[in-house]
Structures are given as C-alpha cells and as structure tokens.
Design a binder for this molecule. Structure first.
Ligand code: GLC
Length: 428
C-alpha cells in the first residue's frame, strides 16, 4: 500500500530545529563534581523536570545530536557515560551523579541498583554509533584511541554476560532493560491486567524480586529462565553497533578486532532471522528463555530490522506492508510504538497510564527513517522527518506524541527527541 501524499522538511525546518536542539541541550545540561565518584560530570539529562540523571541510551542519542552542534559537549557526554564503568565492563543504565540532591525523585523510580549511585540494568547498546558520530565530526582517531578501550570492554561484557545460549543474541533479564519499559510485548509474562502503573509495578516485582535472593548474580538470574528475552529492537541496534565497532577498529588499524566484531555481528544477524522471524505474520518477534518462546505482539520493535541493509527482499516487503498499512503504523504522525489495530494500543498516556503502548517516539523514528534511506526510500524517510517536525511545531519537543492528533505528552523539552536534528541532516 503506497501512501498517496508525502510531506518533506525544508531548510527552514532544519534551522528552526537547530535552535531548538541547542536550547534544550543547554537547559538540560548537568555539570558538576560528584564526591562519591571523585569525578567531574558534564552531560545532558533527559529532562530536568523529571529525569535529572544520566541515562545510557539517552546519552548516546544526545552525543549524536551534540556532534553536530557542540563537539566538546558531545565528547564530554560520552566520557561522563563511561566514567563509572564497572570492572567487568558493564555500564549502568542510570548514573545517579547528583542523587543526593534529588533523593525524592529516586524514590519514584522502579530501578535495580548495583550501588547507591549506579543502576544494575543495561539499555540498548548504541555506544559504538555514538562514538563513531563524535569521532567523525570531531577529533577522529585521537578521540577513538581515548575511548575505544572502554567501548570494547562494554561490548565484551555484553557478549560474556548476556549471550547465555551462544546464539549471539543479547538477552535482557527485565523489561526496562530494552528501553521500551511498558511495552505490551511482555504483558503475558508479567501478568499485566490493565494499563495502569500499579499493575506494571506488580509485574516488575514478580520478575525482579526473585533476583534478590541471588544478589542479582547474572548467571543465576538467567538460570531462573523466567525473563530472558532477546528483544528485536535491542538486537537490531546491537547488530548495527557491532558493524560500526568493527569499522572503528579498522580505522585505528586493528584488523584483528575489526574481524572479531564482524564475525560476532554475522552470528547475531543469522540468529535474528532464525529465532525471531515469523513467516506467518511477516514480522520479527521477541523470544523468551532457553526455549525461545515467541512473543507475538505487533509493536514497533518488530519493524526495527528495517535498519539492516542486508534484509532480504521478501522480509523487507513484508515489514513495509505493515509499516505502510494505515490500520497499523502509517498514522498521520508515524511511527506509533504499537500497531494501531492491536488490542493493547493506547495513543494517549494520561495520569499513571503506561508508556510505549502506542505513542510515537522520535528515537524509533530516527532508526526507521535511516533504515528507509538505506533501502532507497528517501521519500518515506523525508515524510517521517517532516511529520516529526510538525509534531514539534505543534506540541513542543516532548517525550512522545499521539500518532493521530499530534498531542505531545510525557517530559517537556525532552532531550533525545532532538535526535530529529540528525535525521533532518540526513534527508535534506
Ligand atoms: C523512560 C524510557 C527509557 C528512557 C528513560 C529516560 O523510562 O522508557 O527508555 O531511557 O525514560 O528518558
């Protein structure tokens, strides 16, 4: 189903949005010294109103945007992100740099901790992509030489700790590790009864409380085999990042490591097709546990492999049929986080409702838009970029938007939504 009318962004949109992005990174910048870490910090938080700390995948998006507008801040963002890397290579999904000032906020989060200031959860691993963007527009190899050892240790941790079944795919042990916190993909496992936060919190505790008995020892948590999910979006990002990492090692002349990450990429890529592709529905689905139980919920995660250049033509066509279907994903303001004809679809998040169950988010638009460009559909990528600009002009730079009305909700002046600036640069 080809869309009839397509919008395109203008040079004026780009300039307007550059100013918006600059403003948001300036108001959300957190700079200081943390006595607990004996280190300075300098990063953009997701939103000073609701999330004043440093989040892993948010920071990667921020660094990519900052690589266009302030390279020194872009470098500082990533150096702050890796500053408290754990000895095993793991990087916490939240660094609570200034926790002592915001204790009241910490009490409202459901997060697992490794220590008082560092969480014990991962998030989608787009660190290599962020490093590549910052090196490209900044100091190139000098920056790479500085940061690559930490980046390498992080991807080694992923492979050692989160590839328990040897299929090369990364497993998360609780839903929020995917970054798609309340997605309906896991409703069955979490026994979610309604779309209220209370129900989700009960589900989260049913998954995470048993881990406490093992002091959150990853091997034992995985052995429990109750939430060991290979998420499609997270693994698509992983596959993309292994490819980027391989290229970064080539750039610094380390062909052995370049080869190592290329092979790891190929292995994960093959497993994504073997385990997650569903021929009947023409979608990729998350799988859970040693038995690789397929979780057949039609969400934006299922479409993410559009990012992969080597997607075969039949699968590409099947995914495009879903993306361009006005009953599923081709909304006025694409791309909704859940198919609009799925029973769990909720376009508005009000009060204590759950997120990632319908609204359009800009970071997933960035990935899908770039995928479309790779498959020769610049026209569709332009449309997604133009409608994302329209959202911002109508409702401000928010955390997420109603895909039909464009009403913006969630955190105001939300930093990762500025990743649209990178997409605008790609399509203009
Ligand atoms: C929400 C999102 C998560 C993000 C965090 C900070 O929890 O679901 O992906 O990292 O907010 O913006």
């Amino acid at each position: 189903m080809e869309p009839q009318q397509l919008a395109a962004p203008t040079a004026n949109d780009l300039e307007w949005f550059r100013a918006e992005a600059t403003r948001i990174h300036s108001i959300n910048r957190q700079v200081g010294f943390a006595a607990w870490a004996k280190a300075d910090f300098d990063f953009t938080c997701p939103s000073s109103a609701t999330y004043p700390f440093q989040w892993f995948w948010d920071s990667c998006f921020h660094a990519i945007v900052l690589s266009h507008i302030d390279i020194a801040k872009a470098e500082a963002e990533l150096l702050s992100l890796v500053q408290n890397q754990h000895p095993d290579g793991f990087i916490s999904h939240v660094t609570f740099w200034q926790r002592d000032h915001y204790e009241h906020m910490v009490q409202t989060y459901d997060i697992a901790f490794r220590s008082k200031y560092l969480s014990d959860e991962m998030q989608p691993p787009l660190l290599a992509e962020a490093v590549a963007a910052v090196a490209l527009r900044g100091r190139g190899q000098d920056f790479l030489r500085e940061i690559l050892p930490s980046v390498e240790r992080f991807y080694e941790w992923l492979n050692n700790a989160r590839n328990p079944f040897g299929d090369g795919l990364i497993r998360v042990v609780q839903p929020d590790e995917t970054g798609l916190d309340h997605s309906p993909i896991w409703d069955e496992v979490m026994k979610i009864q309604d779309e209220e936060k209370e129900s989700w919190i009960r589900g989260w505790h049913s998954i995470c409380d048993p881990y406490d008995e093992f002091q959150r020892d990853t091997t034992k948590m995985i052995e429990l085999d109750h939430f060991v999910v290979a998420d499609v979006m997270l693994n698509t990002i992983y596959i993309e990042n292994l490819e980027v990492l391989s290229k970064l090692f080539s750039q610094v002349g380390d062909s052995e490591k370049a080869q190592r990450y290329e092979s790891r990429r190929d292995h994960a890529r093959a497993s994504l097709d073997d385990l997650c592709w569903d021929q009947e529905d023409g979608l990729y689905y998350d799988v859970n546990g040693r038995a690789n139980h397929k979780m057949r919920t039609n969400t934006v995660s299922s479409l993410m492999p559009l990012l992969l250049q080597d997607l075969d033509i039949a699968k590409y066509q099947a995914l495009m049929n879903h993306l361009l279907n006005p009953d599923e994903y081709w909304a006025t303001f694409p791309v909704p986080s859940v198919a609009m004809n799925h029973p769990s679809y909720r376009p508005d998040v009000v009060g204590t409702n759950l997120v990632w169950r319908g609204p359009t988010w800009i970071n997933s638009n960035w990935y899908i838009g770039r995928g479309l460009i790779r498959h020769g559909r610049l026209d569709l990528a332009r449309h997604i970029a133009a409608q994302s600009v329209a959202l911002m002009r109508q409702s401000g730079v928010r955390e997420y938007y109603n895909p039909s009305t464009g009403v913006g909700r969630g955190a105001p002046d939300f930093s990762w939504s500025t990743i649209l600036f990178d997409l605008l640069n790609e399509v203009l």
